[in-house]
Design a protein around this ligand. Sequence first.
Ligand code: GLV
Length: 326
Amino acid sequence: MDRLKIFVTRRIPREGIDLLRRVADVDVSPQDGPLERKKLLAAAPSYHGILGTMTDRIDAEFMDAAESLKGYANYAVGFDNIDVPEATRRGLPVSNTPGVLTDATAECAWALLFAVARRVVEADGIMRSGRWKWWGPLQFIGGTVRGKTLGIVGAGRIGTAMALMGRGFDMPVIYSNASGRKNGVLETELNARLVSFDELLAQADFISLHTPLTPQTRHLFGAEQFARMKDTAYIINTARGPVIDENALVAALKKGEIAGAGLDVYENEPTMAPGLAELDNVVVLPHIGSATRAARAGMATLAARNLAAMLKGQKPETGLNPELFD
Ligand code: GLV
């Protein structure tokens, strides 16, 4: 039989490519940025396996084009770029990379939390610009972290890790889940309380988002929700941009309805809502939640192992439609 062929839509850490080369011929997109839709659709028919990421839309049109495809492996834990029900209907296995980036993303949420509460980026800018003249009793006053209430929206793997990492800061933890299910680890380890979304909005001093993007969570935070938060509260988003109505966030920050925002993700990446970048009380990162060497290597090797398994007709370790193998 001819060798199987794999296409990798972005340059990824070498560990992943090395694994794939053991099972197939591998082509890696030579370009630096995301593959244009036209190029993805043109490449699709020639491959048995594709390893892509959140900038690739894996929908019915793609699946029509990818006629020899035996599996698609996402290099990301979020999979809102994949039409999983459609893949399942067609018997196409698809996978993501949960677990390996949990700590990296939770740490990024903490980096944002401290940066926005203590105005780190704004203060750094003053130093670099040479405008700092003297120490001042009223300069760069920010928010306290220790003892403040942490609200986790979406207490899955990353939300749980984020809350557990805060142990040293004695923060009462409340959380809300779309499923309404209790999180045993948070309740036992932190005495955390499952609350309604409305209660979380009203009580939390820091709200950290860890929910997947679904039709139910799109614009979960809009004008109404920001108005219900404390005016001293901060929102941190390392999940998916569209969970927040970004124009409404800009308006709420301008009106002082909330104290600040730490964002790693945006509604229309790579752009930001007008006005966001001009605000001092936001810290904005270019979607780097999983960007540690360990997490990115873990994502590359897990995605590669998943794809290798799917090419052999075997169940991937972290498949999104495991029922195909029952
Ligand atoms: C990153 O955003 C991911 O979903 O892995």
